[in-house]
Design a protein around this ligand. Structure first.
Ligand code: DGT
Length: 231
């Protein structure tokens, strides 16, 4: 009856479809997350959400990503505020698929990138405090479940070479040391669990990701079954 159809629409609006299983793909800059997501996007019933990097390069005509690389002390807070918003949107986006796979997360934005800016002296203590307050409030007030983290573990040198090859304008000035710091923070966060706990309870799947494309596709194929079993 029309009444039931109306009820169904209202019910769907109040309870947007949540996937049963949420996966975040994590790893250093140019570790191959996009290739990994592209591979899994071919699996039926997995919805893939890529990192909203195009938004960071163009928000109402402004490019906060480029500004952050030019002058992190001035624009770090601006970029991180926007990254946090776009990540929150991705965490909350509903999907009809039973598995959602997203590139990075609000957690790595905070525990890797904000932390790195602060520890390298490029984020003022007050900016760090404000970003941390936002993050703590968001993650304690809103349910952002993550069931599995796929960590693409690379050497910073490999990422540096891939970065030079892809030649993105914003990333031209990234030195090897930057990738080394990001790598160290990822290892501390996900492998040693020493500076912040991963979102709990979460499964961790580490995939060695220094290999060439062909070998990586092979590894994804091998890991696909493990990941789908975990779901
Ligand atoms: P992939 O596929 O592993 O090569 O990864 P991409 O290039 O698709 O994405 P990724 O992780 O390299 O991020 C794009 C750019 O955005 C890169 O220059 C790093 C930067 N980025 C990502 N998240 C954050 C963040 O939270 N803060 C800062 N400062 N930069 C970020």
């Amino acid at each position: 009856s029309p009444f039931c159809a109306l009820c169904a629409v209202v019910w769907c609006l109040i309870h947007p479809a949540h996937p049963d299983f949420q996966i975040c793909v994590e790893g250093n800059i140019a570790s191959g997350k996009t290739t990994c997501l592209k591979y899994f996007s071919k699996t039926s019933d997995i919805q893939v959400l890529t990192e909203p990097v195009s938004k960071w390069k163009n928000v109402r005509g402004q490019n906060p990503l480029a500004l952050m690389y030019q002058d992190p002390a001035r624009w770090g807070l601006t970029l991180q505020t926007y990254v946090q918003l776009t990540m929150l949107v991705n965490h909350l986006s509903s999907t009809a698929a039973s598995v959602k796979m997203m590139e990075r997360s609000i957690f790595s934005a905070r525990h890797i990138f904000v932390e790195n800016l602060f520890r390298s002296g490029k984020l003022a203590a007050v900016d760090y405090a404000v970003l941390s307050e936002w993050f703590d409030w968001i993650t304690s007030s809103i349910s952002l479940p993550v069931d599995l983290i796929v960590y693409l573990q690379t050497s910073p040198q490999t990422c540096y070479e891939r970065l030079k090859q892809r030649c993105r304008d914003e990333e031209k000035a990234i030195p090897l040391e930057y990738l080394e710091s990001i790598h160290q923070l990822y290892e501390d966060w996900l492998v040693k669990c020493s500076h912040a706990a991963p979102p709990a309870p979460v499964l961790l799947q580490v995939i060695p990701a220094d290999h060439d494309l062909q070998e990586m596709l092979h590894l994804y194929e091998e890991n696909r079954q493990k990941i789908l079993t975990a779901c």
